[in-house]
Design a binder for this molecule. Structure first.
Ligand code: GMT
Length: 379
């Protein structure tokens, strides 16, 4: 198949999933076209069957807001015509599903029919999409998609609760390339980050409010009172300053390392002992899955889709949102005893293998095929 993928090209989970999906689809013999405003961060190699088409938005002083969705839908029209794209898979409803629908309508004027698969990722539904300013457009574009998928059962429930959805929604969970993730580290790299006797605790996110970064600091504060430990915070975002201030106030500044955005998350996870994800809400928690695939147990909140990924008492532990004492207690249960830590590391890997890329990507292929054949009949 010739597949167009629209996504955010950033470090955010939806962009990462879309990129890894495109790469895997290309390995499986499909032609893949990424259409977005920048080359996706995880898309290192373009090849014979992986292409990137940049959406440019000409700046014009009249516009207070530059019309990205207009530029995107025009680009989609051009790319579908130029490359004979069979199907468009858009990740994150806003504004991608809307722009794709406009492109589809424009193409229909020229008797070209391209179906749209929309994957909802989380904040496009829970935080942003359900805002009254966006809701009618998001509802419309979900209902007008030819197929809709959600990354967890929890997100599907949220979508049906928050919007008036007439379309079928299929759950296709996020996934991970287990072989790639496993043990991508060397001991000498660990030595650069922490002393031998220190446990390494890690958090990776875009440091937004929903991630509750100050809870990460509070949990770590409690852990390091009991055992030697260091905290690695990977990512950039608006809550970074609050986290730095809190770490200083608590007197643990030197033990907290801010690593910024990184393309080497797999390496950092490779020498981590524990991963913290205390989010307010999380449709899935891809960062937790990446940690587990690298054999890192997860201490998380129990909100949204996280319980579908992290299994309490097996791959880690879950607590109520904001219960930093409980999270620290669970973290210490795992960390205090090497045998328990080894057991949880192994179990985290086992749990992650449920989401292996080779099990999940065929589900998307089946949806593409089914959607294309349904649309053939409608033509
Ligand atoms: O919140 C983020 O980390 C970014 C956001 C995004 O859209 O990229 O992540 C959402 O999609 C990810 C991939 O499907 C999920 O793993 C995250 O749980 C989800 N974030 C939230 O629901 C807050």
């Amino acid at each position: 198949m010739n597949i167009g993928i629209v996504c955010y090209p950033t470090f955010g989970g939806s962009g990462v999933v879309a990129t890894e999906l495109g790469i895997e689809l290309s390995k499986r013999g499909h032609e893949v076209h990424f259409i977005t405003y920048k080359q996706p961060v995880r898309l290192e190699l373009l090849g014979n069957n992986v292409h990137f088409h940049e959406v440019n938005v000409p700046q014009y002083p009249l516009f207070h807001y530059q019309p990205y969705e207009l530029a995107l839908s025009s680009k989609l029209v051009d790319m579908v015509k130029l490359h004979g794209i069979d199907i468009l898979h858009v990740h994150y409803a806003i504004p991608h599903a809307y722009a794709a629908y406009m492109a589809k309508k424009m193409l229909m004027e020229e008797n070209i029919y391209v179906p749209i698969v929309t994957t909802l990722h989380g904040t496009d539904i829970t935080l942003v999409g359900s805002h009254p300013f966006y809701k009618p457009a998001v509802t419309f574009s979900i209902n007008k998609s030819d197929a809709v998928t959600c990354v967890s059962e929890s997100l599907k429930e949220d979508t049906l609760r928050l919007f008036d959805i007439k379309n079928d929604i299929q759950v296709v969970t996020n996934f991970i390339d287990i072989d790639k993730e496993r043990h991508a580290f060397t001991d000498c790299q660990r030595a650069m980050m922490a002393r031998d006797n220190e446990k390494i605790i890690t958090h990776v996110s875009n440091l937004r409010k929903v991630k509750r970064i100050t809870d990460v600091i509070q949990v770590f504060f409690r852990i390091q009172k009991e055992i030697p430990a260091r905290l690695m915070l990977v990512g950039e975002g608006p809550e970074k300053e609050n986290a730095e201030n809190l770490a200083d106030q608590l007197g643990i500044g030197p033990k907290v390392v801010f690593l910024g955005n990184s393309n080497e998350v797999d390496r950092i996870l490779g020498y981590s002992d524990l991963f913290l994800l205390p989010s307010e809400t999380e449709s899935f928690g891809l960062a937790a899955l990446e940690a587990m695939a690298a054999g890192v147990p997860v201490i998380s909140s129990n909100s949204g889709g996280i319980p579908e990924v992290n299994k309490h008492g097996y791959s880690g532990f879950l607590s109520n949102v904001g219960d930093v004492d409980d999270m620290a207690k669970h973290a210490l249960t795992i960390l205090k005893d090497q045998k328990t830590l080894d057991k949880f590391k192994h179990q985290a890997e086992m749990q992650a293998s449920q989401f292996d890329i080779h099990k999940i990507v065929p589900q998307y292929e089946a949806i593409y095929e089914e959607t294309l054949s349904k649309c053939m009949l409608l033509k």
